[in-house]
Design a protein around this ligand. Structure first.
Ligand SMILES: NC(=O)c1ccc[n+]([C@@H]2O[C@H](COP(=O)([O-])OP(=O)(O)OC[C@H]3O[C@@H](n4cnc5c(N)ncnc54)[C@H](OP(=O)(O)O)[C@@H]3O)[C@@H](O)[C@H]2O)c1
Length: 331
């Protein structure tokens, strides 16, 4: 079996456990394509997986990485939708931190003409997650108000733009610095809250005349639970994407969930069935890619790294300084 270069985890732990090494080159099934990866995006889950707390879904590569851009190098016997040499980007269950990745033909997406491989690698995970949260899970409607936590994160920067496209009334974001909230406003947020200096629940109620937000995108969890419940409007919906601020609540009054008829839903992407992911991919190709191509939407890239500097790239993500995506180039 031929081999390829890949980022490997020596043993679960800190970023310094990452190293460039050799792994078997993936074999493709009849409905898959082999992509020669040019760039891949970093995601928070990569850090959790690196630490040994996030096993990849069954059947996926145990190499880190869920999004890539590159060229199609080889196609399986049943592949009709793409050809060798096509420039593509996409989402995988694992394995993007390597020279080659095997992907189902229905999951690859053409790279918008004006986009570099770096910009393309910044699209799949964050735009899929934000689109899924806004349209599939919370069923956001024009004229509603949305509160987006982690506004300057990869997911947050996509969610702000998608909420604007969906004709939100108010787009309120939280972030950990004034620079970050200012950047979010440049993308279309109408209000920015620096959660380190301001009480987000009080500010949301102030900005909405006491009504609250119709939709919340949360990734903080326990630390924000009570304030999130208090910041939701009647018939409000909240999607929970992660627990950056913990997952255990010691005490909480749930009465408001009944009183305000709240809907709270968790959301995952990586563990969803191929059929579900294809449905989401098709919605993105129809509704998001043309807007990225026209410049109405833009992927936000904070920094790019060579994969020789993968340790520094992970450490930078863990420092919480980034605005938008961190992209790594294979060279
Ligand atoms: N469930 C899913 O399907 C799914 C899919 C993709 C991503 N996610 C999750 O969504 C989140 C965003 O992902 P990403 O890749 O876009 O992340 P990212 O770009 O790395 O940004 C995450 C940001 O969250 C903020 N943050 C970190 N710890 C925090 C805390 N304790 N309280 C409040 N804010 C905190 C930091 O910004 P500040 O300076 O503003 O604090 C940080 O820069 C991650 O937690 C990720 O695991 C979930």
């Amino acid at each position: 079996m031929s081999s390829m270069r890949a980022v490997l985890v020596r043993k679960p732990g800190e970023a310094t456990e990452l190293e460039l090494g050799e792994a078997p080159r993936p074999q493709i099934a009849a409905d898959e394509v082999l992509v020669k990866v040019v760039s891949f995006g970093l995601n928070r889950m990569d850090i959790v997986q690196r630490k040994g707390f996030y096993p990849p879904p069954k059947g996926a590569s145990d190499i880190l990485g869920v999004e890539f851009s590159g060229h199609i190098e080889q196609i399986g016997g049943d592949v009709r939708s793409v050809k060798v040499g096509d420039k593509v980007m996409g989402l995988v269950g694992g394995g993007a931190y390597s020279e080659y990745v095997a992907v189902n033909q229905a999951m690859v997406m053409p790279i918008p003409h004006s986009f570099s491989f770096v910009q393309a690698a910044a699209i799949p995970e964050t735009w899929f997650t934000a689109y899924q949260a806004i349209h599939f899970v919370t069923e956001f409607k024009a004229g509603e108000t949305i509160l987006i936590h982690g506004g300057a994160s990869g997911v947050g920067t996509a969610a702000i733009q998608l909420a604007k496209l969906a004709k939100a009334d108010k787009i309120i974001v939280t972030a950990g610095s004034d620079d970050k909230t200012d950047f979010c406003k440049s993308l279309g947020a109408t209000h920015g809250i620096n959660y380190k200096t301001e009480d987000f629940q009080a500010k949301v109620l102030e900005y909405t005349g006491g009504k609250g937000a119709n939709v919340i995108i949360d990734m903080v969890g326990a630390q924000y639970w009570d304030k999130n419940l208090g910041a939701l409007a009647l018939d409000g919906r909240m999607v929970m994407l992660a627990f950056l601020g913990g997952s255990v609540i010691k005490e909480s009054n749930l009465a408001v969930i009944l009183k305000h008829r709240l809907r709270i839903q968790g959301s995952t992407l990586r563990s969803r069935s191929l059929e579900y992911q294809i449905e989401l991919r098709n919605a993105i190709v129809a509704n998001v890619i043309p807007k990225l191509e026209s410049g109405d939407l833009k992927p936000i890239v904070d920094r790019e790294y060579s994969w020789k500097d993968i340790v520094a790239a992970h450490q930078y993500m863990e420092s919480n300084q980034s605005i938008g995506k961190i992209i790594v180039n294979i060279d």
